[in-house]
Design a protein around this ligand. Sequence first.
Ligand code: PMP
Length: 284
Amino acid sequence: MRAVLKNGQAHNGAIDIVNFSLHYGTCIFEGIRSYSKPDGGYSIVELTAHVERLFESAELLKRPITRFSKSQVSEQIIQSVETFHDRNLYIRPMVTYGDSVMGIRNRTPEDIWVLIWPWDIDIYSDRYMTGISLGVSNVRKSNPFPAAKVSSNYLSSFVALNSDDSQSYDDMIMLDTFGFVCETSAHNLFFVSGGELYTPTLRNALAGITRELVIRVGESQGIPTKVCDISVSDIPSFDEVFIVGTASEVVPVRSVGDAIFSSAAENSITTRIHSQLRKAFLEY
Ligand code: PMP
């Protein structure tokens, strides 16, 4: 079962072949998770921050959302989540710019979509228990508006993950315009060394909401984060590596190229951060 709302009304989810955002890479979107709680309730993690980023993305593209307020969009999301019995869900609000492709100076009113489907995380799968492998891509992240979560920003990730050099890895580390480590195709990156976290700057990376939460959880555990430039040649010197994002929470990395890491070990900082974060998700 999935739920779709278009401009606040139930919808079958079909879009027209001349949808402007499909042709010109201007679909703004968010990825949000909700969790069923043991007491029968549910939590929607950082709903306000996600709705804010949706509106900020539209501002960055010079087409601010005018059809609804932030609280109206949040309310639509809450009401849709409540139609599900099991609230372990993935929620994708989207903004598209109408069904016309005539002219880039688009003046068509924006459409606001809310798409929701069941999506649980299996934290006992190999991905979490042993960790994933990363390669380093030749494709650079060089988005003009990195702070916007917009479909065109996934072009470099798409090319990176479909290139021959990526086929033996689970995901690829992408470098920024200066050649420093940036993020993976759709996750922010963290490294661990000497009991501290290191994460790249946001020069070309998305300002991930999970990244922010990890920094906060780290601080509460006495594990500070340094935001700094990281070179590919620095990577083997780290003790652990992990990637973060709303859809997958925290995923340990077992290797980057030939370098091996103990990120998935039971007593690793990666594992500690992930379990603290999971605890926090059920307290929203
Ligand atoms: N970077 C990119 C490119 C992403 O697409 C995402 C989310 N899918 C992230 C980072 C993580 O962001 P968040 O924690 O807000 O989900």
